[in-house]
Design a protein around this ligand. Sequence first.
Ligand SMILES: C[S@@+](CC[C@H](N)C(=O)[O-])C[C@H]1O[C@@H](n2cnc3c(N)ncnc32)[C@H](O)[C@@H]1O
Length: 200
Amino acid sequence: MDKQVVEVLAAYEARIAAERSGIGQTDPDGRDMRMRAIGPDAGRFLNILVRSLEAPVVLEIGTSFGHSTIWLAEAAQAANGRLITMEQLDYKSTYARDMAVKAGLGDAVDFQVGDALDLIARLPFKLDFVFLDLWKDLYVPCLDLFYEKLNPGALIVADNMIRPGGDNIRAYARALREKPGIETVLLPVGTGFEVSRFIG
Ligand SMILES: C[S@@+](CC[C@H](N)C(=O)[O-])C[C@H]1O[C@@H](n2cnc3c(N)ncnc32)[C@H](O)[C@@H]1O
């Protein structure tokens, strides 16, 4: 991995440690500054999966401040693919874009700002990999939208499937298993990754 990418990931890890000790939850204007990032092991796992694909079109739903974005973008670029990442809050997306540029990954990522449900509905192409990590009540509505756009063999990874869990997560696990052509397994990576494959 390039030195620039390693340095940017190290900066995120320092910020994750600060966040976990209660520092930097809001800014002076009261804006939410929490990254709620997946962490390095989960990031590495996403990176390994995406790097195994050929020229993949990767969609991230829930950019936040862009920690998972760096792991996905580095892999998408290495695999001659590209990443589209969606976030509703512009200040988070702007920070994520600046960090991607610092990492030398700016050209590999399309940063989209808005409601993911609108943005997914408007995507004009098919997807090879989806990382789902926004508010949990939106997991099923997002699945219903991006399922129609999956290429055969596409992978889907959903975060927080073990912690914090809850009704919305159980609803997603059920909805996924009801979709035709989906194979799926729950893995204890990070706070729980549901890893699914669309057979076609
Ligand atoms: C758990 S955080 C994502 C963490 C990020 N994937 C990482 O690991 O660094 C979830 C993000 O989803 C965003 N979000 C929530 N609802 C959304 C929506 N309807 N459209 C787009 N983004 C949304 C939130 O603003 C928040 O930044």
